[in-house]
Design a protein around this ligand. Structure first.
Ligand SMILES: *[C@@H]1O[C@H](CO)[C@@H](O)[C@H](O)[C@H]1NC(C)=O
Ligand SMILES: *[C@@H]1O[C@H](CO)[C@@H](O)[C@H](O)[C@H]1NC(C)=O
Ligand SMILES: *[C@@H]1O[C@H](CO)[C@@H](O)[C@H](O)[C@H]1NC(C)=O
Ligand SMILES: *[C@@H]1O[C@H](CO)[C@@H](O)[C@H](O)[C@H]1NC(C)=O
Ligand SMILES: *[C@@H]1O[C@H](CO)[C@@H](O)[C@H](O)[C@H]1NC(C)=O
Ligand SMILES: *[C@@H]1O[C@H](CO)[C@@H](O)[C@H](O)[C@H]1NC(C)=O
Length: 264
């Protein structure tokens, strides 16, 4: 009996605190930047700082160079001239798995060498394997090489790549093939490069992991706030419900002391 009334008292106190909390939330002004930077979904993926979706989120919700476009439920990241499909974003360890966009079943879209000079992203490891894609190769290549390394293309992309080959850097025929082809493009991949013959399209589709460089959001996010970036001062921002702060938000003492013994 005694126990019951005590729990009844606690739950009504809980209700009171909850109401108080709700009231204080609704009556205090909510920062518009905090509101604007609510995570958005593209496909099944939640997009938030340091990424932001062009046209759906404000640029201050993320870093410059981290803008994504959401196309047919896929997030597309453009790094210089290449478009990559975002396969997964690992917010916890600040890395992202991407792969070349618009890979057909057999054909390659036009791709360029990936340059990470902008300093926004870096490879997770220092010796990343590359798939060498050789284009406009001579038709006089030996049949064995063609059998194993040719990327067969539908007619529409033949004019982009011509007769194209793909091989890993440790392929003994690489230097020979380079002499028979006009240009090469290096596409980062994730294999160890020991597969002499492989499904090169599958390898490209698997993608690779990049780490990003941007102020860490974990602390800000853990305190229920949202991260962002101020382009004019070029500084990280943590948007609180009331107003932005550089780091942690100030918590109102009164609500903390009231809430902390009760909330689970
Ligand atoms: C995107 O996904 C949503 C929900 O799964 C679905 O309703 C919609 O048709 C998809 N849109 C496209 C363009 O695939
Ligand atoms: C990358 O995507 C952008 C935006 O959709 C587009 O304008 C551009 O032509 C694409 N680049 C390539 C190389 O496909
Ligand atoms: C981050 O974690 C994911 C999932 O565990 C992993 O696949 C990825 O390689 C990690 N990134 C780095 C840079 O280690
Ligand atoms: C190198 O090319 C020759 C044909 O000239 C072929 O028989 C051989 O299998 C190729 N080796 C590799 C590692 O692809
Ligand atoms: C292959 O040659 C054609 C015709 O000269 C050219 O238009 C195309 O850009 C070349 N492709 C590459 C990837 O160099
Ligand atoms: C891509 O990079 C490789 C290695 O640096 C270089 O040999 C090749 O010419 C580059 N390709 C293009 C199209 O610039």
């Amino acid at each position: 009996m005694k126990h019951k009334s005590l729990s009844a008292l606690i739950s009504s106190f809980n209700l009171f605190v909850f109401t108080f909390f709700l009231l204080s939330e609704t009556t205090s002004c909510v920062d518009s930047q905090y509101e604007a930077c609510v995570p958005k979904k593209c496909g099944g993926q939640s997009i938030s700082y340091p990424f932001w979706i062009q046209g759906e989120q404000e640029s201050y919700c993320g870093y410059p160079g981290f803008e994504l476009t959401c196309q047919n439920n896929h997030s597309i990241l453009q790094i210089l001239e290449n478009n990559y499909t975002v396969q997964e974003i690992f917010y916890g360890n600040q890395s992202i798995r991407i792969s070349v966009s618009n890979l057909g079943s057999e054909c390659l879209p036009p791709i360029r060498n990936l340059s990470l000079e902008v300093g926004t992203f870096k490879f997770a490891s220092s010796d990343i394997p590359y798939l060498h894609i050789l284009s406009n190769c001579s038709l006089s290549l030996p049949g064995g090489l063609l059998d194993y390394n040719r990327i067969s293309c539908e007619a529409k992309n033949e004019n982009v790549w011509g007769l194209a080959l793909a091989m890993f850097g440790n392929n003994k025929n690489l230097s020979y093939a380079l002499g028979k082809c006009e240009t090469q493009v290096l596409a980062p991949v994730e294999l160890n490069g020991y597969d002499v013959i492989g499904d090169y399209m599958e390898v490209l589709r698997m993608g690779f992991v990049l780490q990003w460089k941007a102020s860490n959001c974990n602390e800000c996010k853990a305190s229920g706030r949202r991260c962002g970036f101020d382009a004019s001062s070029y500084q990280f921002r943590c948007f609180c419900k009331d107003r932005p702060h550089r780091g942690r938000c100030k918590t109102r003492k009164s609500s903390v002391s009231l809430l902390s013994p009760i909330l689970p």
